[in-house]
Ligand binder design. Structure first.
Ligand SMILES: Cc1cc2nc3c(=O)[nH]c(=O)nc-3n(C[C@H](O)[C@H](O)[C@H](O)COP(=O)(O)OP(=O)(O)OC[C@H]3O[C@@H](n4cnc5c(N)ncnc54)[C@H](O)[C@@H]3O)c2cc1C
Length: 388
């Protein structure tokens, strides 16, 4: 793997992100059609030094704020949502690796490698036995004479063939309760992945999400000290909802952009004005604005957590997730109505099949009903603060 000559400086991020987004967009249709990883886009992200953006300066990274990384994520997703999804998941895993490294030499060394070698980090928090409920594990960390062993069956993992590092959740020990979980950072050479029958997914086909059995042997020092519940509430939940929110937002921006281009093309061609389609475009823009406001409010909350209670933050981030997954589907649908048959048929400049299929991953990727289920206890408990 070739390392970038240097990580991009802050003022160079825009240009680097634009180049990577252009590569991602150019290959998006082929990646979707063939269900292949976006290899060219991943190469570009590595070459531009964009994978290590969050890594602190003391470990050799540019230590960019999450806000900038979320913006890069949206740009990538406008051109190729599968690339955006990989980038989003990688960055939220990176955020965990950074925030919870503590004073561990091993985890500090991993961060230095993430910056220098632009390592790609994947997540293996799901498990066949617990389905989508990632707050419990069946598998466990098994300390033996020759190191730490871990066997996890039926984990759903995206971009596993391209990943250099896997953050894997498991019970702390064989006698630990299902919710007494730890996270361990595992290097590619320490993990054996046995794939189940490959999936032919509806959308996000370039993310190559598949089910695997994992066999890990690594050092005990690779286990993060804090419980997984701390990683989840402090880092993984807010960063993944913000970054994935940017992915859904990027899809919606791109779909409505195609609808706008369609109307402008039509108008330039001298077709009679279509006030209903124009109205739909404006309606789509109001929904895009809602997504933008929700993302912006949650970003502010992430940057200034003291402005809200823990419960309010939980409600806000979960609302972002559930709201964005509904809005992206509605906006892609509006774009389809505007473009009509030209949105329905490939090829062409206005077809929307990829955007519509990718949009539907949002509600499933951590099932919205599961999120609403946990929110319902908070809502039932009493009214939330309504002051602005
Ligand atoms: C594109 C994509 C990429 C993914 N990548 C990864 C990855 O890299 N790593 C990883 O670990 N996972 C990944 N996942 C898995 C993801 O995190 C979820 O675990 C998975 O999508 C949940 O699937 P599910 O809806 O079948 O399961 P569940 O969440 O178990 O839902 C199944 C059904 O049960 C209902 N349900 C279950 N429990 C509750 C509850 N408590 N309250 C209300 N309803 C409930 C749901 O509404 C749903 O109808 C990915 C998923 C997708 C779609």
């Amino acid at each position: 793997m070739s390392a970038p000559e240097s990580a991009p400086r802050e003022e160079g991020i825009d240009a680097a992100a634009a180049r990577a987004a252009e590569v991602a967009a150019r290959h998006a249709d082929a990646v979707d059609r063939e269900g292949q990883l976006p290899d060219q886009a991943l190469q570009s992200l590595r070459a531009e030094g964009l994978l290590g953006l969050l890594v602190p300066r003391r470990f050799g990274g540019p230590e960019l704020p999450l806000r900038d990384v979320v913006n890069v994520c949206r740009r990538l997703s406008e051109g190729c949502a599968a690339t955006g999804l990989i980038f989003a998941m990688h960055q939220s895993q990176s955020a965990v690796a950074i925030a919870h490294a503590g004073d561990s030499d091993w985890h500090g060394g991993l961060l230095a490698r993430m910056a220098a070698e632009q390592l790609l980090v994947a997540s293996a928090t799901t498990e066949g036995a617990t389905s989508g409920g990632i707050r419990t594990s069946a598998c466990f960390l098994d300390q033996q004479g020759d190191g730490l062993h871990l066997h996890k069956a039926g984990a759903v993992i995206s971009y596993a063939p391209a990943a250099d590092v896997f953050l894997v959740s498991a019970r702390r020990a064989e006698d630990a309760a299902p919710s007494d979980q730890r996270l361990v950072a595992v290097l590619r050479e320490q993990i054996a992945l046995t794939p189940h029958t490959p999936w032919n997914p509806l959308g996000m086909r370039g993310a190559r999400t598949d089910r695997y059995d994992l066999a890990v042997r690594c050092g005990a020092e690779q286990v993060y000290a804090e419980p997984f519940s701390v990683h989840m509430s402090q880092t993984m939940l807010p960063t993944s909802h913000l970054l994935l929110g940017a992915v859904w937002f990027g899809i919606a921006v791109a779909a409505l952009g195609r609808a706008r281009n369609f109307l402008r093309h039509r108008n330039r061609g001298g077709a009679p004005l279509n006030p209903i389609a124009n109205l739909r475009l404006a309606e789509g823009e109001t929904l895009l604005q809602q997504m933008h406001h929700s993302l912006a409010a949650c970003m502010a909350l992430y940057e200034h957590p003291g402005r809200a209670t823990g419960t309010e933050r939980l409600v806000a981030f979960n609302t972002l997730k559930v709201g964005a997954s509904e809005l992206v589907v509605r906006i892609t649908d509006i774009a389809l109505r505007i473009c009509g048959i030209q949105g329905y048929m490939e090829p062409g400049d206005f077809y929307l099949s990829r955007h519509i299929r990718d949009a539907h991953s949002a509600a499933v990727m951590v099932n919205d009903d599961r999120i609403l289920g946990s929110l319902s206890t908070v809502v039932l408990a009493g009214p939330l603060d309504r002051d602005l």
